[in-house]
Ligand binder design. Structure first.
Ligand SMILES: [Ca+2]
Ligand SMILES: [Ca+2]
Length: 154
């Protein structure tokens, strides 16, 4: 093969190879202890939010669902430093074709023993499989969620 064809073949392999994208929830901060709509998490602010997190990973090319995870909740906290197990293994690993733009949505909910759970915030991120590690914070309502993205194998 000519050098040009070798380069082309290598690029083709790269284009179809699978990547392991890791998504690590690092930090949730809600110092005002409010829901997304600005109201108290509990009536009259008698206690802080009881947050849990729904992580959804999608392939942006065809909007197909890669995976979804729901964490356990923590009672009466203004912030969470996420550990390595939060009801699911953290980080999660998503296997997608290298170069895929991965859409990540995290929904923070207030766990209420009575009535509907309440929305604390919705946080949207994207990460290209194969790119260098990226740490990003997003704000929704009075909350901030920081996530670390990486590709560990491709
Ligand atoms: Ca509540
Ligand atoms: Ca509470």
């Amino acid at each position: 093969m000519s050098p040009m064809w070798i380069v082309f073949a290598a690029l083709a392999v790269l284009a179809i190879s699978q990547a392991d994208v890791t998504i690590k929830l690092e930090k949730y901060d809600n110092p005002a202890d409010r829901l997304q709509d600005g109201t108290n998490c509990e009536p009259f602010g008698i206690s802080k939010c009881d947050p849990y997190f729904i992580l959804t990973v999608r392939n942006s090319f065809n909007t197909s669902l890669v995976s979804t995870y729901t964490s356990t909740h923590t009672d009466d906290v203004s912030s969470v430093d996420f550990g390595s197990f939060i009801g699911f293994l953290n980080p999660v690993t998503a296997k997608v074709p290298n170069g895929t733009v991965v859409d990540i949505t995290i929904v923070a909910m207030d766990d209420d023993p009575i009535g509907e759970h309440e929305l604390i915030g919705t946080f949207n991120y994207f990460y290209v499989a194969g790119q260098t590690p990226k740490r990003e914070s997003r704000v929704s309502g009075t909350s901030t969620v920081t996530v670390l993205f990486n590709t560990t194998r491709f």
